[in-house]
Design a protein around this ligand. Structure first.
Ligand code: AKB
Length: 317
């Protein structure tokens, strides 16, 4: 019997992952957790508990008391929020991740999934066609904590045999739950502002190109990795994935095909400093080779689908 714990389940990825996992395994097989109560009850009616991952005892108790077999550890403070509060980012991303990894290892969890990020890269990393194994010397607290999560995962796998897996997510574009203070979030914001106000002030420069993907492909990839035979995995969290890359000017151009009177102004802020040290394009061939990563949505299809769904959500369809 499978019982899956999701940490950070109210976030951008968690809130959509829970629906897929509940459909696949049954809602009684999922335990959603987050540090705060949900504003609204989830549509799947999945059990929810408060969990602060920075508290090691709470993490161990929730795993033990609920007979947890597998964990998706999604609780994380993203890059922009992490620069505003580096102490909190360290507590959640480093202490919290250590607590989850250590509990998973000592309590015999089958599979632990931890998303990593393009935030592990830094100014010394090449910018284009970046391979999985390269220079990872980030300059943000988010990046530092995520490099440490990657290294810890390898350590616990090699030393204690923990089956821990993950992908390095690029910016994720989605319409259901807003992302929480990342650097790539401008892409989601731009859709909402285009549909609602027909104008947007972008905090990145027009030419700052970043790797991105659409939520359905982000979720499909995580589940494909979850299902992959352990013997086919060469890396733990160091799998680069992305579907396409674009800059704000290119996104603006594509959205404007759907919202004719849309206008964008550029006022780069501290997030531009973060973004300009991240790769423009990634080499995703190892993920394709080892566990079959193959995204479906192109840039154009993502934009069309987002426009349709953001209009629906805002009741402007
Ligand atoms: C962020 O911008 O911080 C995240 C990420 C790329 O990990 N979306």
């Amino acid at each position: 019997m499978v019982k899956i714990l999701i940490t950070g389940s109210l976030g951008q990825i968690g809130s959509e992952l829970v629906t897929i996992l509940a459909k696949r395994f049954g809602k009684s097989s999922i335990l959603m957790t987050d540090v705060k109560e949900p504003a609204v009850k989830n549509s799947e009616d999945v059990e929810f508990s408060i969990l602060d991952v920075t508290n090691a005892d709470s993490v161990r108790s929730i795993v033990r008391e609920n007979g947890i077999t597998d964990i998706f550890h999604l609780a994380s403070i993203l890059s922009a929020a992490g620069e505003k509060n580096p102490q909190k980012a360290f507590a959640v991303n480093s202490t919290g991740t250590f607590n989850v990894i250590d509990a998973a290892s000592s309590l015999g969890i089958n599979r632990l999934i931890i998303p990593s990020t393009i935030g592990v890269f830094g100014p010394e990393t090449p910018r284009d066609n970046v391979p999985d194994i390269t220079i990872t010397r980030p300059t943000t607290m988010y990046g530092i904590t995520k490099v440490s999560a990657e290294l810890l995962s390898s350590y616990y796998h090699d030393r204690f045999g923990l089956d821990v897996r993950g992908v390095r997510y690029p910016g994720i574009i989605s319409y259901l739950t807003p992302p929480s203070a990342g650097t790539t979030d401008y892409a989601v914001d731009m859709f909402y502002h285009a549909v609602k106000h027909q104008e947007y002030t972008c905090y990145l420069s027009p030419e700052t190109t970043l790797p991105m993907m659409y939520m359905p492909d982000a979720l499909k990839s995580l589940l494909r990795l979850f299902d992959a035979p352990a013997s086919s995995l060469k890396h733990r969290l160091e799998y680069n994935i992305s579907s396409f890359s674009f800059n704000p000017q290119e996104l603006y151009g594509e959205i404007k095909r759907h919202v004719l009177d849309f206008r964008v102004r550029y006022e780069p802020d501290f997030r531009e400093e973060i973004a300009k040290n991240w790769p423009r394009t990634l080499d995703t061939s190892e993920a394709a080779k080892d566990w079959g990563f193959s995204p479906e949505y192109s840039f154009k299809e993502t934009v069309s689908d987002m426009i349709v769904n953001v209009r629906k959500i805002l009741d402007l369809a």
